[in-house]
Design a protein around this ligand. Structure first.
Ligand SMILES: CCCCCCCC/C=C\CCCCCCCC(=O)SCCNC(=O)CCNC(=O)[C@H](O)C(C)(C)COP(=O)(O)OP(=O)(O)OC[C@H]1O[C@@H](n2cnc3c(N)ncnc32)[C@H](O)[C@@H]1OP(=O)(O)O
Length: 215
């Protein structure tokens, strides 16, 4: 986290400490099995939404899933301490909730990320579910204000234009930036394109810096 002063009085670290108990996020460096474990979990998610399996296979899958949950349950950690979401070098920063995309650029000028929507993200007729795109945009906006050195902010609104059907399993690119700042308000925008530059969706959002005590 940057120590850079944001308004001449308060550092970003101080903002984190005083705003609603947000944990201070630092990068995690898990062992070599964490990335492959998350990828295996993503494959399971793809299969869980796409299989048509007989019940005896489901009984075995259920037993194995319950055994896996029992293995992992003792290691549950609180927000800011769990590994997922804090591994910059992994798709989706190692969080299963996030799209499995890789950050390519992360600075005050903006954030760029690249990846695919998978079977798990299917909406209808081979296209990504319309509800998954706001997750991608909201995450890029969170990273964009973070990379711009802004204090912890929350999304006040997020507007999306769905310009073209977003395909599964095709490499796509999203780029976000801060357009302008008015006090606590950062107006941000982002574009989702394919690798040829065809616009699939664009979004603009308002990220409001939290006041002391706000959650
Ligand atoms: C080193 C490795 C570590 C790895 C990590 C690296 C990357 C880290 C990345 C990320 C870090 C995590 C960051 C998380 C971020 C996630 C973002 C989200 O998804 S947040 C969840 C969804 N959003 C909510 O739940 C908000 C719910 N709403 C609220 O809490 C409030 O409404 C809030 C705070 C947004 C504003 O409320 P008020 O009471 O503080 O302030 P008021 O006066 O209402 O608004 C302030 C200004 O904004 C305008 N405003 C507010 N809402 C507006 C709206 N919907 N439309 C237009 N203007 C609005 C108002 O008109 C006002 O403007 P005027 O100052 O008068 O000019």
């Amino acid at each position: 986290m940057s120590e850079q002063a944001t308004n001449g009085q308060t550092s970003v670290d101080e903002e984190y400490e005083h705003h609603g108990g947000f944990p201070k996020f630092t990068a995690a460096t898990p062992g070599p099995n964490f990335g492959p474990f998350i990828e295996a979990m993503r494959t399971l998610q793809d299969l869980a939404v796409s299989i048509d399996a007989p019940d005896d296979v489901l009984a075995e899958a259920r037993a194995q899933a319950e055994a896996l949950a029992a293995l992992l349950a003792p290691y549950e950690a609180k927000e800011g301490e769990a590994t997922g979401g804090r591994v910059i070098g992994l798709p989706g920063r190692g969080s299963l909730l996030m799209l499995p995309w890789m950050i390519e650029k992360f600075d005050a000028e903006g954030v760029r990320s690249r990846g695919v929507f998978r079977r798990y993200h299917l909406g209808g007729n081979a296209a990504a579910h319309g509800g998954v795109l706001p997750l991608l945009f909201d995450d890029i906006f969170g990273m964009t204000v973070h990379a711009a050195g802004r204090p912890i902010s929350r999304t006040a609104y997020l507007h999306i234009n769905y310009r073209k059907v977003t395909p599964l399993n095709v490499p796509l690119v999203i780029e976000g930036r801060v357009d302008r700042v008015e006090g606590r308000k950062a107006f941000v925008s982002a574009r989702l394109t394919d690798e040829a530059g065809t616009l699939l969706a664009d979004s603009d959002a308002l990220m409001v810096q939290l006041l002391p005590g706000q959650q």
